[in-house]
Design a protein around this ligand. Structure first.
Ligand SMILES: [Zn+2]
Length: 218
């Protein structure tokens, strides 16, 4: 928690809300602080044993297009733990892939692109090998040789890697195996997150108590 409870009480911009928990008998308490950070707590003694709160990037639904906010769902704890395991494995594997390819293949990539003497040819070859460059040709032409090298190196990224390796004619079965495993992991993670979004319990407001007779008279 960003603030101790005592400080939170004095913060006028803090929002407290209660939502129905999955079993419908108790609530989930959420507190949003002035910085927009929301903490959730499942107050239900039954649901807190089997559910947990997850935040899923909304762009999972739109295939990465727009919608940067995160959606909140209550999902089965065991599904969440499996999801976390996959995400951890994905991160470990990504680090391994980057380490191996930086050691073995980045020098070749740099040599090949920098072997072109004219900056315009370097920029063109970069596009052919790594896909659309992140800087325009016009910008690239204003760079000194060090900045050019840095910019070329920045294109040696995970998502461009399969294309770069194929373009350079590099065969690295171990790396291919890891890349295939990464693809499979991302697929599993994405399917799981979509299921969280579709089947997870949405936070719904607790129905307001029936208005008192005296209030209706007003
Ligand atoms: Zn409950």
């Amino acid at each position: 928690m960003p603030y101790p409870d005592s400080e939170m009480q004095h913060d006028k911009t803090t929002f407290n809300r209660h939502y129905l928990c999955p079993c419908g008998k108790h609530t989930v308490h959420t507190v949003t602080d002035s910085a927009g950070n929301t903490q959730h707590q499942i107050l239900c003694p039954i649901c807190r044993l089997t559910f947990t709160v997850v935040h899923i990037p909304a762009n999972r639904i739109t295939q990465g297009q727009g919608l940067t906010q995160k959606l909140v769902r209550l999902v089965p704890l065991k599904d969440h733990l499996q999801h976390q395991k996959w995400v951890q494995k994905q991160q470990d594997l990504q680090r391994k892939v980057l380490k191996r390819s930086h050691q073995r293949h980045l020098p070749i990539f740099l040599n090949v692109v920098l072997s072109q003497v004219q900056p315009v040819d370097r920029w063109m070859l970069l596009g052919t090998l790594a896909g659309p460059p992140t800087r325009s040709l016009k910008a690239f032409l204003t760079y000194g040789s060090q900045a050019q090298e840095r910019m070329i190196k920045n294109h040696f990224q995970l998502d461009r890697l399969p294309r770069i390796l194929a373009g350079l004619g590099i065969e690295d079965p171990e790396l291919n195996r890891m890349l295939a495993e990464l693809t499979e992991l991302s697929r599993k993670i994405q399917i799981r997150e979509l299921r969280f979004l579709e089947k997870g319990h949405c936070l719904q407001s607790v129905p307001a108590p029936k208005p008192l007779a005296t209030l209706r008279v007003r």
